[in-house]
Design a protein around this ligand. Structure first.
Ligand code: SF4
Length: 319
């Protein structure tokens, strides 16, 4: 396995050990405009009114201006406090509050008022709950199906560590259109970047989804720029294909605050294009790879393309 050490990698590692860390300047291809549009304000007002949390805000997503202008928000259920403390994630850590029984209805109302054709629902990790929070995903899916039956539903779940087979079975039984669970990074970096999780447990979760329902689209993503080597990323792609994952997302990791893991490398757009070409060659139905790609970025458009790609594949096989 190759462990590349580009110059930027070495320079930043030196910075990591210095007493006064240097501020990391983002390259031009990462910069985005501050959100000011009317649509952005309306989306924010609705989220406040319905007391919904979004990963867009909690994760300080750089795409919030673009997405919220188009009324695309990714709702984060089960509160805004996570029971894990991943080194890349901006969501608060601690003891979460009780589950909000009104949340499924509020999510459904938001989808209806925003007129969403496709919605992405994610959550914090809830290791404190006996079902890991799977029951709330089930309630949210049911509420959405009742209120906006034409809206396609994409869920992005935690790993349900210790509760996985039952949690996945309960959610898959509700028939979400896309089941997403992010591997986030290469297995070598898990102890520092995602210490509460296990790489192979996450892969098994995605296999389990397909075992229950081979027709559900599965999706997973990795962040680049955390010190991973090129061949390690290729191996993750192979692992994902072995688990039958349909859709791969790859985006640049950005350090949310100085307390979080540092960016080791800003991968240029051409680097993402190269990874994307390799992923397509490996057989993913859909690939999104660019510095600003996030799990839910352009999720509706990508879902439509993925569905069309599968239909074309089925038609070709039947010939
Ligand atoms: S990319 Fe996803 S998380 Fe980021 S603003 Fe858009 S919908 Fe929200």
């Amino acid at each position: 396995m190759e462990f590349a050490a580009p110059s930027v990698y070495l320079r930043t590692m030196t910075d990591q050990t210095s007493a006064a860390p240097l501020r990391q300047r983002k390259p031009d291809w990462i910069r985005v405009k501050a959100p000011t549009s009317k649509g952005f304000g309306e989306t924010r007002a609705l989220m406040r009114e319905l007391q919904l949390n979004t990963v867009c805000e909690e994760a300080a997503c750089p795409n919030i201006g673009e997405c919220w202008t188009k009324k695309h928000a990714t709702v984060m259920i089960l509160g805004d406090v996570c029971t894990r403390a991943c080194a890349f994630c901006n969501v608060k850590t601690g003891m979460p509050r009780a589950v909000d029984a009104g949340e499924p209805g509020h999510v459904a109302e938001a989808a209806a008022r925003l007129g969403l054709e496709h919605i992405v629902i994610t959550s914090v990790d809830r290791d404190d709950l006996p079902d890991g929070g799977a029951g709330q995903f089930v309630k949210v899916i049911r509420a959405l199906r009742a209120a906006t039956p034409r809206t396609t539903i994409e869920i992005l779940t935690p790993d349900f560590r210790g509760k996985m087979p039952a949690a996945v079975a309960a959610i898959v039984a509700e028939g979400p259109d896309v089941y997403n669970h992010n591997l986030e990074t290469v297995p070598r970096l898990y102890p520092t970047i995602r210490p509460g999780a296990r790489y192979y447990a996450s892969l098994r979760l995605l296999e389990e989804v397909k075992r229950h329902d081979p027709l559900i689209f599965t999706k997973s993503g990795v962040m680049l720029g955390l010190g991973e080597a090129r061949l390690e990323v290729h191996q993750v792609m192979d692992d994902m294909r072995s688990a039958g994952i349909d859709f791969l997302t790859m985006g640049q990791y950005l350090q949310p605050t100085p307390k979080h893991a540092k960016v080791i490398e800003f991968v240029p757009p051409a680097g993402f294009s190269a990874y994307g070409a390799i992923a397509r060659a490996k057989g993913f139905l859909q690939v999104a790879a660019s510095p600003l790609t996030r799990s839910s970025y352009h999720a509706g458009e990508d879902f439509a393309q993925m569905r069309a790609a599968r239909a074309a594949l089925v038609a070709k096989t039947a010939r």
